[in-house]
Design a protein around this ligand. Structure first.
Ligand SMILES: Cc1ncc(COP(=O)(O)O)c(C=O)c1O
Length: 396
């Protein structure tokens, strides 16, 4: 039996590929430093785990409402009011099995074959795959400068077929955060058309140097009826394995997503939903604790990488990634005789010869860069950067 054309078209996740490869090597006793993971290194806070245990004890182990239990939808509604200054009704919110699933449902319910989606470069891998799975066309939009799009980028790439713009701030992989002014400029260009926006805000609480990430819907309320906000608890509460994400947007679209979910996954895991209520409504200090640790690590890793000749690394304002430019090293040869010709060969040689895992920029559509996650402890970061420096200095 042959797999479908649709399935054949799906590329494996490059981020998971590198992370898994590093994990396998680690399990074989190889001393790998992994900068691949897109998840905080912290454990889920105890009070959240306790809430899940209590739910299990009480037998909360059966199907729930497909689109999420009411207490959770109410907790999300309050969070959107409190954190984002936005008003959404319960029926404008749906809970899914991770933000990735929320995104998938959104694209599936909005895109027809042939529709175009403006996807700013560099982009998180799954957007590209999910959009293409819907038969829609990815329009990879190269920003004017500075890894950030603006209103003119949208004007340059839009056509009469443009259905959506994907906005991700704070951004994976670059860590850039759009300011209020920048969001207003983007909103203006969007409002000249009838395109919608997918606003992926999963890293909203990890910003540095006093910068606060805003939702584009708060900055431009006129966009509310054509924006789907995507968020979740994976990053903010270090709950990546719990698989809870959510979407907020116009009622009819949320309803369609509920119908799709009813025939695909049904409800997100019952006791993980209870844990998420606790995450959103219980003590919030774990977020600040992680944010401060990330801030220290960001300062260290960005400066240390930037000081390596041939690597340029700016200090991003958000998320937990740095995205250094390594293309000045292309054309050089490693000690083992491997030619570094692109981000893929750079990452493969770095893993092979220096035992450091990074994600090639080509996975995000931008081959001059690599991505490093600094969601790992400072000692590992120091050791890893030292290895990168030695590796780069040994290139000929
Ligand atoms: C930009 C972005 N959106 C969404 C997700 C998915 O998060 P979740 O674990 O909730 O599916 C990720 C995870 O890496 C991400 O980087």
């Amino acid at each position: 039996m042959e797999v479908s054309q649709r399935a054949k078209g799906i590329a494996p996740s490059a981020t998971l590929f590198i992370t898994n490869k590093a994990k396998v090597l680690k399990s074989q006793g190889v001393d790998i430093i992994g900068f691949g993971a897109g998840e905080p290194d912290y454990d889920t806070p105890t009070h959240i785990k306790d809430a899940a245990c209590a739910a299990l004890e009480e037998g909360f182990t059966k199907y729930t409402a497909t689109e999420g239990i009411i207490p959770l939808k109410k907790a999300i509604k309050s969070k959107l009011q409190r954190r984002n200054g936005l008003e959404y009704d319960i029926d404008e919110i749906i809970v899914s099995c991770g933000a990735k699933h929320s995104l998938y449902n959104t694209f599936m319910c909005l895109l027809n074959p042939g529709d175009e989606v403006i996807l700013p470069l560099p982009y998180w891998v799954s957007y590209d795959e999910q959009i293409r799975l819907c038969g829609a066309k990815v329009i990879a939009a190269e920003p004017e400068d500075n890894l950030k799009i603006n209103g003119d980028t949208i004007r340059r790439f839009r056509t009469e077929k443009t259905k959506l713009l994907v906005l991700n701030s704070p951004n994976n992989p670059t860590g850039v955060v759009y300011s209020e002014e920048e969001l207003k400029d983007i909103a203006e260009a969007v409002l000249e058309t009838d395109m919608g926006i997918i606003s992926d805000e999963v890293y909203e609480d990890f910003t540095y140097n006093g910068i606060k990430a805003q939702s584009i819907v708060k900055v431009a309320p006129e966009l509310k009826d054509r924006t789907i906000i995507i968020n979740g608890v994976s990053k903010t509460y270090s709950m990546t394995g719990w698989r809870i994400g959510y979407a907020a947007g116009p009622k009819e679209i949320i309803k369609a997503m509920g119908n799709l979910q009813a025939h695909s996954t049904s409800n997100p895991t019952s006791f993980a939903q209870i844990a998420t209520v606790e995450a959103l409504e219980g003590p919030q200090d774990s977020i600040e604790e992680m944010r401060q640790a990330f801030s220290t690590r960001r300062d260290y890793i960005a400066d240390a990488l930037d000081s390596i000749p041939g690597i340029n690394c700016s200090k991003p304002s958000g998320a937990f990634y740095v995205f250094p430019k390594v293309s000045d090293l292309y054309g050089k040869t490693t000690k083992k005789g491997t030619l570094i010709k692109d981000s893929q060969s750079f990452s493969a040689a770095l893993l092979d010869e220096a035992l450091v895992a990074v994600v090639p920029g080509s996975a995000f559509g931008t081959d001059e860069y690599v991505r490093l996650s600094y969601a790992c402890n400072l000692d590992s970061i120091k050791k890893g950067v030292d290895r990168i420096a030695k590796f780069v200095n040994s290139l000929r």
